[in-house]
Design a protein around this ligand. Structure first.
Ligand code: AMP
Length: 544
């Protein structure tokens, strides 16, 4: 059973494992070969992943910052994990802007950034504040300097997102020993040194993301055989369903629209999450918010009962979606459900009874008990960090979670690296000629994603080469952290090419627009049948 330390003892510096979560961050370290969660100075096992600029002008992190979500929503950054490593000018970030109360602005290199008290902070800076706090907590508790960390990321993170988390770790003062996928870390916590020979499925439903990975565990070799997920499916979506329900019920009762009041909405948001968590234990709850609004100067209280069954029907499609993703991941690799020996649940939202019931129905067996859904990712990261320098180290055979390739002038995506390819790996191709004949430069825009159209994938960067490079070999190398390195063949050894970003996000937008216009002339009808592509492009380009 996992527990926090009984008593701290002065020790020499060590490596920690950090689960940098959407909602909370956990730090673990290994002592006497046992990984344990490091408690905060207040005795809690989690540090809220929240940063706030207090009304007095101080930047605060963790629980103190979370307490300001209601009273100081414009200056309180939560859910940074959803934004980090994303370009500002993407559908995803634009959608998030209406969803978060704080200001999301364009930052350097066209990345999404946030504004706090008039100063722009990059998302790695924000996450570095959380990681820095985690470092301080661990150093105080372990009474030793901590210089190294293994930090976890969702398996479904792109190269940009991984790089951004690594940068956050470095900004926080860590040597980032390794970025590792959360499901892989969870599998490690489950199977490390247990001499297993099993195929396991890690079902990870956290605050903001859903990840599923299938791993073959043989002794201390952990091989990812398939992976998939949705970076926009998590506990927050469940909360939103309750919020919508409550707002509508209150409107029906009082004719007062709570969405007009940011403070009331923040209170509803907190109460919705609390009700959801209570409904994992109880069958019925009542959401109560005294004086949530007023009408004609008179206070209005909110009192809305919610039953577990109602919550299930409000969110059933979200749970269904997780199992569709599981099936897609299995089907892609020809894996049958019956070949899964164990299902491991990770992430707070997986505690929902409906999820557990559906696991039993879907896989014909209950989820594995004894693996702590909140703690196992940090524990696995700590085990990995510790074992990396030891002779009985584990062997992690990870895989690319999303294809990587480049954009074609037609707006299509040319895949170079397929999904689920084992890392580290190299794939090569020849530099295409310049898009405009006679142009002095070749620009290859690199994207990562599952769509066959670049507009739906994440832009990673641009390889800018002189026109004379046409025909030379380019290597896409993906290292064991699933990070991409681009090399160009030359006279000697292939040299690493630094990815540039398009000079401005507008230029990328323009390039995408031009590509799409060309493509639309070519096969407008076929694209229309693909369902909604044009509306999504129009949205991206600011149309509609
Ligand atoms: P994580 O990102 O793993 O920390 O997951 C946090 C998410 O899990 C949040 O959306 C929480 O509301 C949700 N959560 C935590 N505990 C429970 C619970 N007992 N039942 C349902 N959801 C929960």
């Amino acid at each position: 059973m996992l527990a926090c330390y009984d008593a701290p003892m002065a020790e020499k510096g060590r490596v920690v494992g950090i689960d940098l979560g959407t909602t909370n961050t956990l730090v673990a370290s290994v002592k006497n070969r046992v990984p344990r969660i490091v408690p905060t100075d207040k005795g809690a096992l989690v540090l809220p992943s929240v940063v706030s600029l207090s009304p007095r002008g101080d930047l605060v992190v963790g629980g103190v910052a979370r307490d300001q979500i209601v009273t100081n929503p414009r200056n309180t950054i939560y859910g940074a994990k959803r934004l980090i490593g994303r370009k500002y000018d993407t559908k995803v970030v634009q959608a998030l802007k209406s969803y978060f109360s704080y200001e999301i602005v364009p930052g350097a290199d066209g990345d999404a950034a946030v504004s706090l008290g008039g100063r722009v902070y990059s998302l790695p800076e924000v996450s570095a504040m959380v990681l820095g706090q985690a470092k301080t907590i661990a150093e105080q508790f372990l009474q030793a300097p901590i210089t190294e960390a293994v930090i976890t990321v969702p398996a479904y993170y792109t190269d940009n997102q991984r790089q951004a988390v690594k940068q956050a770790g470095q900004l926080a003062g860590f040597v980032v020993k390794r970025i590792v996928n959360e499901p892989t870390a969870a599998a490690l916590a489950y199977g490390f040194n247990r001499g297993l020979d099993q195929r396991i499925l890690v079902y990870d439903l956290g605050g903001g993301t859903f990840d599923v990975s299938v791993l073959d565990v043989k002794n201390n070799v952990f091989e990812v055989v398939a992976t998939g997920g949705d970076t926009f499916l998590g506990g927050l979506d469940f909360d939103n369903r309750i919020i919508d329900f409550v707002v509508q019920a209150f409107l029906d009762q009082t004719k007062v629209d709570l969405t007009k009041s940011p403070i009331a909405m923040q209170r509803v948001k907190n109460a919705a999450e609390a009700a959801k968590i209570d409904l994992s234990l109880m069958q019925n709850v009542t959401i109560e918010l005294p004086y949530v609004e007023e009408r004609k100067g008179k206070p209005l209280d909110l009192r809305i009962p919610l039953a577990r069954e109602q919550l299930n029907s409000l969110t059933r499609d979200l749970v269904d979606r997780t199992f569709e993703i599981c099936d897609d991941v299995l089907t892609e690799k020809g894996i049958t459900r019956s070949s899964i020996d164990e299902v491991i649940l990770v992430g707070g939202q997986s505690r929902m009874p409906l999820v557990q019931q559906r696991i039993q129905e879907h896989f014909g067996k209950p989820a594995r008990k004894g693996v702590h859904p909140d703690e196992c990712v940090a524990l696995g990261a700590a085990l990995l960090g510790e074992s990396m320098d030891s002779p009985d180290s584990v062997l992690l055979l990870d895989a690319v979670s999303m294809p990587i390739g480049y954009g074609l002038p037609t707006g299509r995506f040319r895949k170079i690296i397929e999904k689920n390819h084992r890392v580290p790996m190299v794939k090569s191709f020849r530099v295409p000629p310049p898009q405009k004949p006679g142009a002095p430069f070749i620009e290859i825009d690199i994207f990562q994603g599952d769509s066959e159209f670049i507009v739906d994938n994440e832009y990673l960067g641009t390889v800018k080469l002189p026109a004379a490079s046409t025909g030379r070999r380019i290597d896409f190398r993906v290292d064991h952290e699933c990070l991409l390195h681009v090399f160009l063949e030359g006279a000697g050894e292939p040299a690493e090419v630094k990815l540039a970003t398009r000079d401005t996000p507008e230029l990328l937008k323009k390039a995408v627009a031009e590509a799409m216009a060309k493509r639309s002339q070519q096969d407008e009808r076929a694209a229309a049948e693909k369902g909604g592509l044009f509306s999504s492009i129009k949205r991206l380009l600011g149309g509609d």
